[in-house]
Design a protein around this ligand. Structure first.
Ligand code: PMP
Length: 352
């Protein structure tokens, strides 16, 4: 029998997160987590909160974290918004700035959550295909009749980055709509558009602590934009959940953002391991897209992605396979782990 809610539930097409298997210990190269622990200073700050302090609500304004981020990116604290992972920041931006009108432009291939939010908020996607080299082409974003544009830089899961001049072209040809630049992986080698925020009132940059700051477990993301756009996100947040970031996360995130030396150290290690992995995979006949992230997007002319994924899983190594889909289905996305983990990956692939 069809009840009131059945159609509603059937209409949802949720995001399927990467596997987080509990059956055994895998070398986990499938969800772009950092192989290194968070900053020791962040761990100490979080441990300090695990006390009687937890009877108190956190600061709903996340002021200490906003101040630390503002200092890091040379903006005022009223240019910063904080949310429960960048997924929540994206959800609020979609709700506030893209819903209720024209379609929203974003690429194919890109982060698959955009389609999910679009569906949730009744937004029609205006899909702009990447070119044959898997690049975003700025002129494809001119003269669109859309409510907004999302550019992922570096893109995921391709790993390719756009130069800042190309981001500027998109901003300049779309002065009246929000251009959201999702920079989840920017610290691993791309140029951040944060430096353009002062010039472009239509720019919103979104970043996360989940990747380069090794804090996926505490769910903290943020947006940087001019105060008008930030104020919109604050109003939405306060209409939805005034306390999206808990006390432990807030303390850990603030200490992690302040520890810039640690950020630099683990990013450098990841980039060095990525370069080594790229050379090794190419020697095995893989095509490896140039990556500015903590993962590589690879395909092999003689071996199907699915059989490689299954063979590696059998050997205790998890990588991301996207299913039998056009274009993306030929590829695997492999997170950069430690040197030892990547050496194990290469050794298994050689055997296979
Ligand atoms: N944007 C992109 C491009 C991502 O790949 C991810 C991670 N899956 C996110 C945003 C979300 O990250 P988080 O919610 O952990 O901040």
């Amino acid at each position: 029998m069809s009840r009131f809610w059945t159609d509603k539930i059937a209409s949802l097409d949720p995001y399927v997160p990467g596997e987080q298997p509990q059956d055994k210990q895998y070398i986990k190269l499938n969800t772009n987590e950092s192989p290194y622990g968070p900053s020791p200073k962040a761990l100490a700050a979080m441990q300090d909160q695990v006390s009687e302090k937890l009877r108190l609500y956190p600061d709903p304004n996340c002021q200490t974290l906003k101040n630390a981020l503002a200092k890091t990116y040379s903006v005022d604290a009223d240019h910063v918004f904080v949310g429960n992972g960048s997924d929540e920041v994206l959800a609020l931006a979609f709700m506030g700035y893209f819903a209720g009108g024209k379609p929203l432009a974003f690429a194919d291939i890109t982060y698959s959550f955009y389609k999910v939010y679009a569906n949730l908020y009744g937004i029609t996607p205006d899909i702009v295909p990447l070119n044959d080299d898997f690049d975003v082409v700025p002129s494809d974003y001119e003269n669109l009749d859309v409510s907004g544009i999302v550019i992922t830089n570096p893109n995921a899961p391709t790993g390719k980055a756009l130069p800042l001049a190309d981001i500027e072209k998109v901003l300049q040809s779309n002065p009246d709509i929000v251009v959201l630049v999702d920079e989840a992986y920017v610290d691993f080698g791309a140029q951040s558009a944060v430096t353009l925020v002062g010039q472009y009132p239509n720019l919103m940059v979104v970043q996360t602590l989940s990747k380069s700051r090794a804090l996926a477990g505490i769910r903290v993301g943020y947006a940087i934009a001019q105060p008008e756009l930030i104020e919109g996100l604050e109003r939405l947040k306060n209409s939805f959940n005034s306390y999206p970031v808990d006390r432990i996360a807030l303390a850990g995130a603030t200490a992690a953002v302040e520890d810039t030396d640690y950020l630099e150290e683990i990013c450098q290690k990841t980039v060095a391991t990525r370069e080594w992995t790229t050379i090794e995979l190419e020697a095995l006949g893989f095509q490896v897209l140039p990556s500015a992230t903590n993962f590589v997007f690879v395909t092999h002319p003689e071996h199907e992605a699915e059989s490689l994924y299954l063979g590696l899983k059998e050997q205790g190594i998890l990588v991301r396979y996207f299913g039998n889909k056009p274009r993306i289905g030929d590829f695997l996305r492999i997170t950069i782990g430690t040197d030892a983990e990547m050496a194990a990956l290469v050794a298994r692939l050689k055997e296979m």
